[in-house]
Design a protein around this ligand. Structure first.
Ligand code: SF4
Ligand code: SF4
Length: 303
């Protein structure tokens, strides 16, 4: 790739990532029956020294990574770290996948398959985007591909992590939080998220204005919509927002159901996902019924 550093801006990042997503093997089901699983992405860029990353130490976890410190640890020795940027992306599920998850009490097998592959796809996208940025002379790395990224139980927020892709995407201007805890992006809430940190001075204007972190539906307890409340089969979404413990209980139930029965479970089990940089056999752990068949599914209804 022969690209001048100055040409690396938001549109360039979005075009480059769109090509990576379009061509990636992870964007197709292993038997080739379904695909592409994800459409063209939305990309946002934020200054790695933005005060929000300090605020995340309180809002998410005290160990939440600071982009500059992360790059200082991982960039090749001698890298110019005058500038630190975080590039975040949202990959929208294809229309047929969203449609398959709009009804019923259990996630569709197609969604479950796409969810797991989407996780692997986001990591692979991080790898390939980093290579593309290195090719123009930058240092770049996805926190999710390092041991610095950790997810764990938290006494205050039930679950937490040292690199919350949702919060990072919010910081990068990709969307605002919805009543059900998802991030409502311009491509909707039913997306997979990923990110990397780089020292290239990419302009930070790629995304829409950040706005308040509470989307209208979260700020008014769902009065303006609230349709995701009724979509959750276990009552994990209410006018107060998301009950993470209830949601996780359902996710566990989804997992054990796929492990023990179901005509599609064999197919769902027959692929691997990269977890913390290592390949591992995975079964579905997602649900996302509250993100399908609702007004924010594939777009932001508030703009
Ligand atoms: S379904 Fe409605 S209330 Fe729920 S997150 Fe989407 S816009 Fe907000
Ligand atoms: S992901 Fe599933 S269990 Fe969790 S809040 Fe949404 S619908 Fe409920």
């Amino acid at each position: 790739m022969n690209v001048a550093r100055a040409a690396v801006d938001g549109p360039w990042l979005e075009r480059t990532l769109a090509e990576i997503i379009r061509d990636a093997a992870e964007n197709r089901s292993p038997d080739g029956a379904d695909g592409p699983l994800f459409g063209p992405p939305a990309v946002g860029v934020v200054d790695g020294d933005d005060p929000l990353f300090e605020a995340f130490a309180e809002a998410v976890d005290s160990r939440h990574l600071r982009p500059r410190a992360f790059l200082e640890r991982h960039a090749p020795r001698g890298s110019d770290l005058t500038c630190v940027r975080v590039v975040a992306w949202a990959l929208p599920y294809a229309e047929n996948i969203r449609r398959s998850n709009r009804r019923g009490d259990w996630p569709s097998s197609l969604y479950s398959l796409a969810r797991n592959l989407g996780g692997a796809l986001c990591l692979e996208a991080g790898r390939r985007m980093a290579r593309a940025l290195e090719a123009v002379g930058g240092a770049a790395l996805s926190p999710a591909l390092t041991g610095d990224a950790d997810a764990f139980r938290s006494p205050t927020t039930v679950f937490s992590s040292t690199w919350s892709e949702r919060h990072v995407a919010y910081a990068a201007g990709l969307g605002v939080f919805g009543l059900n805890g998802g991030l409502i992006t311009r491509l909707g809430i039913h997306v997979r998220l990923g990110s990397l940190v780089t020292n290239l001075p990419v302009p930070c204007a790629a995304g829409p204005p950040r706005g308040g972190h509470r989307a209208p539906c979260l700020a008014d307890g769902g009065a303006s919509c609230g349709l995701c409340i009724g979509r959750c089969p276990v009552g994990a979404v209410s006018r107060d927002g998301l009950d993470k413990a209830k949601c996780n209980g359902r996710r566990k139930a989804v997992q054990s159901r796929a492990q023990t029965a179901g005509p599609d479970s064999g197919r769902l089990l027959a692929h691997r996902q990269i977890v913390n940089g290592r390949p591992a056999w995975r079964v579905p752990l997602g649900c996302a019924l509250c993100q399908c068949g609702v007004p924010c599914e594939g777009s932001n209804p508030f703009v």
